[in-house]
Design a binder for this molecule. Structure first.
Ligand code: NAP
Ligand code: ZN
Ligand code: ZN
Length: 348
């Protein structure tokens, strides 16, 4: 099947228009015409090969929403014209212990990422900065007509990546929860933690984001370079979700955890971060991590958002302004997720 989009060909050059082929839809596949595609900081890490091992040409994009234009003969969840979403992975082995409990991001054989990876035939997979995508319906999500479609795109990564750990660590009423970094992931973490009924403290390096953080649901906002403000929260948090994309001091946040508290990393800085043993042994603290969320949990999250009227705060961008959008994300200057309007994609 013919497709076209924007691709990176190496870590340094801007993305450019690119024509490519996708597999023809099989019995279990849906073809989604992409309406909107979110820009995740992971796109930038991978385009620029900051984690190593990037595969080019790379069509990024794993926050995908659109409409179904064709279905395979065995598809039951979708009909032509339905809204559909695709997230960070498009397949997994389906039979390992983790797949069997719908924890597919932790598939023992490795999940198939939406882009920057290869499918079972060894072919490069291409993501959502494109006009269409072919995905097995098991890895495709239904989207309520109640949700604004463009603002739903970021739920497919930023949404599920924050929803999953907040659910896993049972964030809710009576819990004091911190969110570190008010970017794409952080602002969704803040919305969910607030919606689940926790007392939420937003940590930010950006004084300009204080008012927004309160509007998004923060009970308190702490500027991270203010040592006195941090000290007031020492040993008081049940759970802190760290959504920061760049190197920073984890010990500063570990010291804020109460007895048995957990600091969970979802941010993926490109270098290892030093952790002092004393930061952990005090208060019997845990340092954890979490990756995206499974297929059932992703559908649960989308349904929860429809029920509770939660979407992302977005800035729509045309696809020929990717470089400007990337530069602003890296400067922590996005309110709070860029979404590409795929109607601006030139014909292939
Ligand atoms: P983003 O929109 O760029 O947000 C990152 C935020 O981190 C910024 O807005 C900023 O918040 C803060 N920050 C940036 N540089 C900083 C620095 N030098 N020191 C301290 N704080 C800094 O990025 P995102 O799309 O939310 O992604 C965040 C990270 O999560 C990325 O590393 C991404 O690759 C990773 N990620 C992980 C998963 C997973 O499954 N675990 C899934 C998706 C993304 P303030 O202005 O408020 O300080
Ligand atoms: Zn992402
Ligand atoms: Zn598996």
């Amino acid at each position: 099947m013919k497709s076209h989009g924007y691709a990176a060909h190496d870590p340094k050059s801007p993305l450019v228009p690119f024509n490519f082929e996708r597999r023809d839809p099989g019995p279990n596949d849906v073809v989604v015409e992409i309406a909107y595609s979110g820009i995740c900081h992971s796109d930038i890490h991978q385009v620029r090969d900051e984690w190593g091992g990037s595969i080019y040409p790379m069509v990024p994009g794993h926050e995908i929403v659109g409409h179904v234009t064709a279905i395979g003969s065995a598809v039951t969840k979708f009909k032509v014209g339905d809204r559909a979403g695709v997230g960070v992975f498009v397949d997994s082995c389906r039979v390992c212990d983790n797949c069997k409990v719908a924890a597919e991001p932790y598939c023992a054989k490795g999940m198939t990422p939406t882009y920057n990876g290869r499918d079972n035939n060894g072919d490069i997979v291409f993501g959502g900065y494109s006009n269409n995508i072919v995905v097995d319906e098991k890895y495709t999500y239904t989207i309520s007509p109640k949700l604004d479609l463009a603002a739903t795109a970021p739920l497919l990564c930023a949404g599920i990546t924050t929803y999953s750990p907040l659910r896993h660590w049972k964030v809710g009423p009576g819990k004091k929860v911190g969110i570190v970094g008010l970017g794409g992931l952080g602002h969704m973490g803040l919305k969910f933690a607030h919606s689940f009924g926790a007392h939420v403290v937003q940590f930010t390096t950006s004084e300009s984001k204080i008012a927004d953080a309160k509007k998004l649901g923060a009970d308190e906002v702490v500027i991270t370079k203010d040592a006195d403000a941090l000290a007031k929260h020492a040993s008081s948090f049940d759970f802190i979700l760290d959504c920061v994309s760049a190197p920073h001091d984890l010990n500063q946040y570990l010291s804020l955890l109460r007895l048995d508290g957990t600091l969970c990393l979802v941010g993926l800085p490109e270098v290892p971060l030093p952790v002092g043993a004393f930061s952990l042994v005090a208060n019997r603290r845990s340092l954890a991590g979490s990756m995206i969320g499974g297929t059932s949990e992703t559908q649960d999250m989308l349904d929860y958002c429809a029920e509770h009227n939660i979407v992302s705060d977005i800035e729509l961008t045309p696809i020929d302004k990717l470089e400007e959008a990337y530069a602003r994300v890296v400067k922590a200057d996005v309110k709070y997720r860029f979404v590409i309007d795929m109607a601006t994609l030139p014909k292939g």
